[in-house]
Design a protein around this ligand. Sequence first.
Ligand code: ADP
Ligand code: MG
Length: 700
Amino acid sequence: MRPSVLDPLFATVTTLPGVGPKIAKTISGLVGGQPDREATLADLLFHIPHGLIDRRHRPGIAFSENGQIVTLQVTVDRHFPGPRGGKAPYKITAFDATGAISFVFFHPRRDWLEKNFPEGEQRIVSGKVEWFNDRPQMVHPDYVLSLEEAANMPAIEPVYPMTAGLAAKTLHRAIAAALQKLPDLPEWQDGAFIERNLWPPFTEALRAIHTPQEQQDLSPEGPNIRRIAYDELLASQLALALVRQTMRQLGGVSRRPDGALQKRVISALPFSLTASQAAAIRDINADLAEPTRMLRLLQGDVGAGKTVVALAALAQVIESGAQGALMAPTEILARQHFASMKPLCDAAGIRLALMTGKDTQKERRLLQEKIDAAEIDLVVGTHALFQGAVTFKDLGLVVVDEQHRFGVHQRLALSAKGRSVDVLVMTATPIPRTLVLTCFGDMDVSRLTEKPAGRKPVTTVSVSLDRLEEIIGRIGAAISNGQKAYWVCPLVEESEKIDLAAVEDRHQVLEQALGQRVSLVHGRMSADEKDAAMAAFKAGETRILVATTVIEVGVDVPDATIIVIEHAERFGLAQLHQLRGRVGRGDKPSSCVLLFKGPLGETATARLNIMRETNDGFLIAEEDLRLRGGGEVLGTRQSGTPGFRIAQVEDHADLMEIARDDARLILETDPELKEKRGDALRCLLYLFGRDEAIRLLRAG
Ligand code: ADP
Ligand code: MG
């Protein structure tokens, strides 16, 4: 149960004065409550300002610079209301000893203006000055006060990330009210550690962040943010350590079959394993032989051949008499895994089934019966596999492909489907070390460091969209020579409709230019339609596949040699690299055309340059982290580090390592979190939404 000291923080924002259902909804959207859950005061208080406004700056009208926020003491001169009903703004002129200024109002409330700007009287006005035709003006000042009221204006104000439909003042008031309710919380950190770092207590830090007196109060390197970032990191590391501890305690099954099934799978391959594939399989076999659970991350650049390793692992578990599951992030990928594994499974005698969200109830029931009867050894599927209703007779290994799209709890949900499920997580995103730690915690890692032999690097060029026709001409020539090409159109997040129009449009243009040899795949198509389009492309009936980014992860057509990425400037580096990984999978030289629409910003230019310069996924991931921050490396968020509200990979990487060691130490001395600090740490886990881990404690 949640410690009651936290209750005030888990009240919803509607309990705050001035926050009705409508504002609550807007606030919830902004501060990261889930769509179906109203934000709590804790959510609100973790919405921290990204800057501050200093209203103490009083340069005088003539010395106010363009774009600056200033506070002026002026004498109101005259009102120029503009014709009634007209579009012209309402203007009020004023002056001080240095010069004159206009205050400008659109859609004015006249009576309010007349009352607040009485002609001939002095007023304190604060807002942003803009110079327009060599004259200063201020559009919609933030504050207008009489001299007596001047003290009501805060000298320094935090500035929050905002959203449409929410007034800054409303948010400020809500946060101020929430701060009032902040309870005294027990210290969950080690006292000596806090002292050494000169960090304030949690509540003090949070208060200081919302009532900053100087930039330092808000700085990611300052003590307030670092303190709370560390709290958050510790919560996350502790949760992951608890998961791991539980998995270890529950114990695993030692699986030591003689490996015949694995050998059959490997010898059915039309190629020999790379050294790193073989090494990864050895790691996995050793893990499986141990009586503890496996929790291993298989990291390898796109095209490195992770699927084969997964299948080898699954074969080992299946030979020992258990069942396996492989989970893919999208339907297309699940189908593709199924298709590519089928011949190998047939050759080795592994009974394989596919499960997706599109199955009919009847199909699902039949499949479930077969799984129950142990007539199926291996199920490949999408998140349909997570659903509570699906059960296994004896699930021994779960392979999760492209893990970063799944959360920790989903992983837990799935591993709860067997008595002692081993977990192998595969990711093609070359996640830098720091992120591995934040996202996966204490996992063992195998890396596929080499590509299969004979692969040629992909030549990458960037070309302006102005040269579209020329590019179409060249693609036409290439496909007449027997080549195959992907043509990727970007996802415009705001509107699925526009996306659809863009791909359909492009499809039509290409079809007209190149004849009927162009397939189309996008997210709105049915699974069958997608399959048919992919199959036609794979078989070579069509030579171009126009697609939205649904092809991003994992699609495998080894003889495709060209990929055109339209509006490449809109993609993140990791995504571009993933997409480029669709080609260069065979023994023919391949190329990647980054079609951009200029003018390019600085970051976009840097990104395209990096793409031209290197094919190395790890280098690209590090650059991506540098250019855009942690969240985007994983492609999950506009900014910030995924799953974290305060902590940032770029700023707090040093703290991450400390938090991991700290978490380990804590569980070594108090594995059940039962002692005094343990109690406080339970608060911490709840506060940062990592309380699922506490349930594990009770279960175990
Ligand atoms: P990813 O690591 O991106 O998931 P895949 O498992 O899809 O890569 O493998 C990419 C392609 O490389 C597939 O066509 C696969 O059959 C092939 N492949 C995998 N391992 C080898 C190997 N050792 N030698 C040659 N080709 C391989
Ligand atoms: Mg893959």
